[in-house]
Ligand binder design. Structure first.
Ligand SMILES: *Cc1c(COP(=O)(O)O)cnc(C)c1O
Length: 220
């Protein structure tokens, strides 16, 4: 079943787009089933669950932290996390840098933007990110690598609105890539699109989709 779901989604996404299988709340045997089908990128949104799954599942899994991350919890995932999608404050970025340094590694990050109309979704404004990128403090963060941007569209039936919000995120990406290439030399990723809207996200330029329920079933 899971293999079928994965194949169906892979048919719908172009070659260069990374599929992150969002396994939050799902038991390990379902992750193992996806792993057996060749899936290696998995996404979790809670630190404790991510730690527990990392401890027992195959070591070549690339674990993506896709949820809101509190600074005080960064140290728990710093040794192994593959990519942190939800960087939404400079303080958090500084803490990730500090923990990466302690672990003698570089941690890849995405800057999360607030693009939805819902007040509950986390993220920067473009002005906040520009401020950070212009600051001298940013230049001291040698153990984080900003790979791109992440965002979530409003949960709505209105496809036009979803198109427009993902379009805004892609515009932010393009504008940062064009104007800050000296401080963002590795800027290539646009993480947008979930089960309900990943086709629209791809049309708007997504390079990374985070798909849960269409692979593993609804979370009830
Ligand atoms: C849960 C979650 C997803 C996946 O959602 P589905 O609708 O199940 O595909 C993607 N991104 C984030 C940030 C999530 O929290």
């Amino acid at each position: 079943m899971i293999e079928e779901n994965l194949n169906k989604i892979k048919n719908d996404i172009p070659e260069g787009v990374t599929l992150v299988a969002v396994s939050k709340t799902k038991p390990n045997h379902l992750i193992e089933e996806a792993y057996a089908a060749g899936q290696r990128h998995f996404g979790e949104n809670r630190v404790q669950e991510l730690e527990e799954k990392h401890a027992v599942l195959p070591k070549d899994i690339c674990w993506h932290m896709i949820g809101h991350l509190q600074s005080k919890k960064v140290k728990k995932i710093a040794p192994f996390v593959h990519l942190i999608h939800g960087v939404d404050s400079f303080k958090l970025l500084q803490e990730i840098n500090k923990q990466a340094l302690k672990n003698n590694r570089t941690i890849d990050c995405l800057l999360q933007f607030h693009i939805a109309q819902e007040a509950t979704k986390f993220g920067f404004s473009i002005e906040e990110v520009q401020e950070i990128l212009k600051s001298s403090e940013f230049l001291t963060l040698n153990n984080v690598r900003i790979l791109g941007v992440m965002g979530m569209a409003t949960f709505t039936e209105c496809n036009e609105q979803v198109h427009s919000e993902f379009g805004v995120l892609k515009d932010y990406f393009d504008e940062l890539k064009a104007n800050y290439s000296d401080v963002l030399p590795d800027f290539t990723e646009v993480s947008m699109g979930m089960s309900g809207d990943f086709k629209i996200a791809i049309e708007e330029g997504s390079t990374m989709v985070r798909v849960g329920s269409s692979i593993f079933g609804s979370r009830g």
